[in-house]
Design a protein around this ligand. Structure first.
Ligand SMILES: [Zn+2]
Length: 330
């Protein structure tokens, strides 16, 4: 991703202007139980929706992150990336997994790229997309992308475990592992976000984009010193909803003390009219000193940061489901 403008520091007074209807503080337990009782016997292999708050297992997310980093640098077209793709296929083998393959023309030649899409059903026709890029930067030697690539990808694998094990109400959730986010030479509109540009265009053309209620992107979310930016290029109501989710979980101190516009895998989806939010901490080390350097290694990261972001994403998914059921009643 790249920083697109001037950094703005300080409190964000506008964020408090969320709806005062109290939605989100209470868990919709009765709705979940009701839905569980309506499931057919064939669907009973999945545990009923938990009545306690839905939380990720950050130790397991961290384990996935370490396994990804152990492949070494993973740019498109490298043997390490092929190994990583086999790893993703294996981890998601029991899921409804789609591989979106395409040819990308880059300043350094053509590459076969693959986006992975793992689809978990909900109870409505809407879709929530949660994304991460899994490629790593090619232009810096010995760059293993522990934070930039592996942190969000490890988190998505953990979210897959959660979605597989727990039935949820509301929109379907699709996890998208994007290829080719990083620029090969210098970040431009045509040398960046190859995977998300391809998929956003495809989904706009085939009508899928209209079903996407929200696209939540995670990027660089493992930093032990976690400070999620408010990305001013993201869709405001969805950024507000993420903040509301963080507030519900008493985690808002990690969010939005800083705001700046970021170019990322959200950019093509925003252009395609899909409400999108980038959950990103674009201050990795003092003055972002570890970003895109060989110092982007696991020792800078913390499972607590994965826990915060993973839980806030699940709470955002829940809130989006609550909003869907409210819309239906109207
Ligand atoms: Zn990067």
């Amino acid at each position: 991703m790249r920083f697109q403008g001037q950094l703005l520091l300080g409190g964000l007074l506008g964020i408090g202007a969320l709806g005062c209807n109290g939605v989100g503080v209470d868990l919709p337990i009765s709705a979940k139980q009701q839905s569980a009782s309506q499931q057919s016997p064939s669907q009973n292999t999945v545990a009923p929706a938990a009545t306690e708050p839905w939380r990720i297992d950050s130790a397991r997310a961290m384990k996935y992150l370490r396994e990804l980093v152990a492949f070494g640098p993973r740019p498109p077209g490298t043997p390490a990336q092929a190994k990583q793709q086999a790893y993703l296929r294996d981890k998601l083998k029991s899921d409804n997994l789609e591989e979106d393959k395409f040819k990308a023309t880059t300043p350094v030649g053509d590459f076969e790229m693959t986006n992975f899409i793992a689809k978990f059903p909900g109870t409505t026709n809407d879709v929530i997309v949660i994304g991460s890029h899994y490629d790593t930067l090619s232009s810096v030697k010995n760059f293993v992308g522990a934070n930039d690539g592996a942190s969000s990808t490890g988190l998505l694998l953990e979210l897959a475990d959660q979605l597989r094990a727990h039935r949820h109400t509301g929109p379907a959730v699709w996890l998208v592992f994007f290829d080719g986010e990083e620029a090969f030479k210098t970040w431009t509109d045509t040398d960046s976000v190859y995977g998300s540009r391809h998929l956003a265009a495809k989904w706009k053309q085939d009508g899928t984009a209209k079903r996407i209620k929200a696209f939540i992107l995670a990027d660089m979310i493992g930093d032990a010193d976690l400070n999620i930016d408010r990305d001013t290029a993201s869709t405001p109501w969805l950024s507000d909803l993420v903040y509301k989710a963080a507030t519900n979980l008493s985690r808002k101190s990690y969010f939005y003390n800083r705001q700046q516009p970021v170019g990322d895998d959200t950019t093509p989806f925003l252009a395609a009219g899909v409400p999108s939010v980038d959950i990103i901490d674009f201050d990795y080390g003092y003055n972002n000193v570890f970003w895109h350097t060989p110092q982007d290694t696991v020792d800078k990261l913390s499972p607590n940061s994965l826990q915060v972001v993973g839980d806030v994403i699940l709470e955002t998914v829940r809130l989006l489901g609550v909003e869907t059921s409210k819309e239906k009643k109207q």
